[in-house]
Design a protein around this ligand. Structure first.
Ligand SMILES: C[S@@+](CC[C@H](N)C(=O)[O-])C[C@H]1O[C@@H](n2cnc3c(N)ncnc32)[C@H](O)[C@@H]1O
Length: 903
């Protein structure tokens, strides 16, 4: 991209040297355009008329001593620039001149706060996600600032009577966005000084505090907004008159917080010296200035490998800060450690390095000696219990004395929008406050306390957090093991039950195809999609249809010209690249796409990003897979489900992956995948031989059961299923009988077939009041009437599918859920006329091959829908028996974890 003017080109070069070495011309142009636009907008908010000339606006802004004035000055000082950008500037001026800020803000003083987030979501949602720009509601900020102030003032902790107002306290927000936390801090100081010393003491206290309040931000837009908001507030509080304003010095810096603080910047660039100075001062602070409090809401972005700057890669002469949180090999959590590559983790690492000190040596400063201080962040909650974060938790326990955790999302994943603290963030979020006192003993793990805000509306959460103090009622202690989760310990019976994953030798991921067109509810569409791909002669178009995985913009390991090196066991082998394959499709097979949703897949190694060869090696006519969430907890419905088909990665609930636990460890179905020690102990306990099939059936009776999920909901705040295992042989046998029927139902009559026991081969049928399609309810098959809606008529117990309907559908069948996923709606969503999925964020649209689908409603769909209705109805009938059995098992003695310990 050409910038078009020598002045702009040199400015871009300077910008790179000064601030962001990796910025492309496009990134520069974007940042610069944001700076100018926001500068002009802010000029308007202050009532400055733009059509009077940009130089006047720039002069007026410069009077406020804000960095934004520098950006505008480059524009206005250089006639060449103005000429280059004339058309854009004229339009911008015309548009912005009619901006009436009081109307836009509707008098809301917080209007600026969300303005930038809203702007980004419309202007560039990818940039918003890349920079993790989600801004914190003031109610949360106020509470976090108050809790930090409380820790500082508390005599048993820091004992600094003036708290945040103390001359000994330096505070930084390393990702300040539009400055909400710093404003919260300034307001807190003003309020406390006014209460304690009187209104007249406020200006002096604020002036003094400004020397100790620091903000970093990487994007020009929010930075400009932060400067404006904070300057306006400070001017008000210190009662500065116009002449005095220039001397209200704010310590806000445009910088990459995670960048290398040791880099030398000798070059003083043209026109940008204030920016160069900003970067230099920020580096100096990072290297040498002790900071007592780091507070804020750092960005979140997973898969952020390579974006953690100095924290992630270090420089030649320092330890790599993030590496200290890498779990040692012997802990065997290697695969999970990838979750450390998230922006918020980099910021946690930066903050703990900066506040608590540690082993990292910088050239200019002596080894950072451990110091006292506070880190308080609101972030996504993965690190509270993720296995990959064990070393991070151990280090936090070692380097601090007390840690408080406030779970803001007790609803779990993808909660209703009205319940979210950040409306655009689907993941659970938490506030964590970590305090290190002067005499912190590294041999003593910190005391970790936990509480949840109430589930439900965000307003209720705001009200609840406003009453929380560090020592109020309701905190629950967490375990003190170094690596344990920052979550309450499982208590009582639950903690003693053996864990589900300890029942099995192996568990693995289901298939992660990486492209949706290789799966369909009917095999014919897959054939047609493949044929279309083969017919395509244009290589580029063919690649587009194939839809390769594109990590970092490059072709991944599945694409049309890739020469395959493997194939899937038991499936036809095609050892030529897709591009030169003119044969028919590798014959589709049935696929366990979702719980109760059997679809078809092309079992072709070349088309599946991560097929997981192990589950293909074990495929057989006797295999059964139990699927369950692993890193998350189920919230409703059965906690586990079963399929006899190769399962999808998201088989259990359609999102959040999970694990598949096969019954057999080999394709011959002779080697059980259940741990031998368990089979031996159970055989001893019950006085009869216990088989792997018995164990899996027992698991089905206990946990493929909504009563299980409801009963143990309080224990399931921490992911990981545990199984009450009875010592009573009669109860065990009862469960096995019940569980065989559950699995027979989940596998649509394909496994645990025993006609004598009422489980004949083939799709299960409900004997009484079965679902039926009456003559008037025919589901229209013609393309023009292809159903697009599903609904339930509770009065008539009808399930409506487009213009047709099915009789005898009980309300509980319609309501059937698997961890919050409504089974029938989800099943239908893959078969309806319009199957488009909402495009989440900046994801690439799927391959057009996915548009190839049946024109009308095939009879097969109706058949399968009736199969699903029969299965669900029979499962619902079993639920009371399962609930009753679970009650009786939990009321009687159970085996504890020891049962799985090898001698
Ligand atoms: C989640 S927002 C929070 C902003 C603010 N603390 C709040 O809560 O309203 C994170 C901010 O961090 C900024 N940011 C992202 N990466 C950064 C980096 N490496 N250095 C400094 N700021 C960064 C983003 O531009 C964004 O404004």
């Amino acid at each position: 991209m050409e910038l078009g003017s020598p002045a702009l080109t040199s400015l871009a070069a300077d910008w790179r040297r000064t601030l962001f070495p990796d910025a492309s011309n496009a990134t520069f142009a974007d940042g610069y355009a944001q700076a100018v636009t926001f500068g002009l907008l802010m000029a308007r908010a202050q009532g400055i008329i733009l059509s009077d000339g940009l130089d006047r606006a720039s002069r007026a802004l410069r009077q406020t001593n804000l960095l934004i004035g520098t950006a505008l000055r480059v524009l206005t000082d250089d006639v060449d620039n103005q000429a280059t950008l004339e058309t854009s500037l004229r339009t911008l001026t015309r548009v912005l001149d009619v901006v009436h800020w009081p109307t836009i803000s509707r008098g809301d003083p917080e209007a600026w706060l969300y303005f930038y987030e809203l702007f980004l979501s419309v202007y560039d949602n990818a940039l918003r996600k890349k920079t993790g720009s989600y801004y914190t509601p003031p109610e949360i900020v106020t509470a976090m600032v108050r809790l930090v102030d409380e820790a500082l003032r508390d005599g048993r902790r820091f004992g600094v009577a003036e708290g945040l107002a103390s001359p000994d306290v330096t505070l930084a927000d390393p990702a300040m966005g539009t400055g909400t936390f710093l404003l919260g801090v300034i307001q807190r100081i003003a309020d406390r000084i006014e209460t304690d010393q009187g209104e007249g003491a406020v200006p002096g206290a604020i002036r003094a505090a400004l020397a100790r309040i620091i903000g970093f931000e990487i994007q020009f837009g929010p930075f400009a907004v932060a400067q404006l908001r904070i300057a306006a507030e400070v001017v008000e509080l210190v009662k500065a008159d116009t002449a005095d304003r220039e001397h209200v010095a704010l310590r806000l810096f445009l910088t990459d917080t995670l960048g290398n603080p040791n880099e030398e910047h000798e070059y003083i660039p043209y026109g940008l010296s204030p920016l160069a100075e900003s970067r230099r001062s920020a580096d100096r602070i990072k290297r040498t200035e002790p900071i007592t409090v780091v507070i804020g809401n750092p960005p979140y972005k997973n898969n952020a490998e390579g974006r953690g700057g100095w924290i992630e890669s270090g420089t030649g002469n320092t330890v790599v800060p993030l590496a200290e949180w890498q779990p040692p090999r012997g802990w065997r959590v290697g695969a999970h450690a990838k979750h450390l590559r998230n922006l918020y983790v980099y910021f946690w690492r930066w903050a703990t390095w900066k506040v608590f000190g540690g082993s990292i040596i910088t050239p200019e400063a002596p080894p950072v000696t451990p110091r006292q201080g506070v880190v308080c962040f609101i972030t996504v909650a993965g690190f509270l219990n993720g296995p990959g974060f064990q070393k991070m938790r151990a280090d936090l326990r070692r380097d601090t004395d007390e840690i408080w955790v406030i779970d803001c999302s007790p609803e779990g994943h993808q909660p209703p929008v009205a319940s979210r603290v950040f409306q655009a963030v689907q993941q659970p979020v938490c506030i964590v406050l970590a305090v290190r006192l002067a005499n912190c003993d590294p041999a003593m793990p910190a005391r970790v306390r936990f509480r949840s805000l109430p589930a439900g509306r965000r307003e209720d959460k705001f009200a609840a957090i406003s009453a929380v103090t560090l020592d109020s009622e309701g905190w629950i202690d967490c375990p003190s093991d170094w690596r344990a989760a920052f979550l309450p310990a499982s208590t009582g019976e639950w903690a003693a039950f053996p864990a589900l994953d300890d029942f099995f030798i192996y568990n693995g991921s289901g298939v992660m195809p990486g492209r949706t067109w290789v799966i369909a509810p009917d095999a014919e569409s897959l054939r047609r999609r493949w044929d279309r791909l083969v017919r395509e002669r244009d290589p580029e178009r063919k690649e587009l249809l194939f839809h390769p995985h594109m990590p970092r913009g490059e072709l991944g390991d599945r694409h049309t010209t890739k020469v395959p090196s493997e194939n899937l066991r038991g499936c036809e082998s095609r050892m030529v690249p897709v591009a030169s394959d003119i044969g028919p499709v590798v014959a589709p097979i049935r696929y366990g796409f979702r719980s109760f949703d059997r679809q078809w897949i092309i079992p072709d190694y070349r088309l599946l990003n991560r097929p997981n060869p192990t589950i293909w090696e074990r495929r057989s006519a006797r295999q059964i897979y139990l699927t369950a969430l692993m890193a998350h907890s189920p919230t409703s419905g059965p906690a586990i489900t079963f399929t006899h088909l190769i399962p999808d990665l998201h088989h259990y609930k359609g999102s959040f992956g999970g694990r598949a636990f096969p019954l057999w460890a080999d394709a011959a179905a002779t080697e059980p995948n259940v741990r031998p020690v368990l089979l031996i102990r159970l055989s001893e306990t019950y006085g009869r031989e216990v088989t792997a099939e018995d164990v899996v059936a027992y698991l089905a009776a206990i946990a493929a059961n909504p009563a299980y999920t409801a009963r143990f909901a309080p224990d399931l705040v921490q992911p990981g299923l545990r199984i009450p295992l009875t010592v009573d042989p009669a109860l065990f046998d009862e469960a096995v009988q019940l569980g065989r029927e559950v699995i027979w139902l989940h596998t649509f009559g394909e496994r645990f077939v025993d006609a004598a026991a009422g489980r004949p081969a083939g799709p299960p049928r409900l004997a009484q009041s079965p679902p039926r399609i009456p003559a008037a309810g025919e589901i229209p098959s013609r393309p023009e009437h292809m159903p697009d809606t599903i609904s339930y008529d509770a009065t008539n117990r009808y399930l409506r599918i487009g213009g047709g309907h099915i009789d005898n559908v009980p309300p509980a069948v319609w309501a059937y859920e698997v961890s919050g996923k409504h089974v029938l709606t989800q099943w239908f969503s893959y078969r309806r006329r319009n199957r488009e999925r909402p495009q989440i964020g900046d994801k690439r649209p799927p391959s057009p091959l996915g548009d190839i689908q049946p024109a009308g409603w095939p009879a097969d769909y109706t058949t399968e829908l009736l199969n699903v209705l029969h299965v669900l109805a029979r499962l619902v009938l079993l639920e009371p028996d399962q609930a009753d059995l679970l009650d009786r098992i939990c009321a009687a003695p159970t085996l504890n974890e020891e049962v799985l310990r090898p001698d």
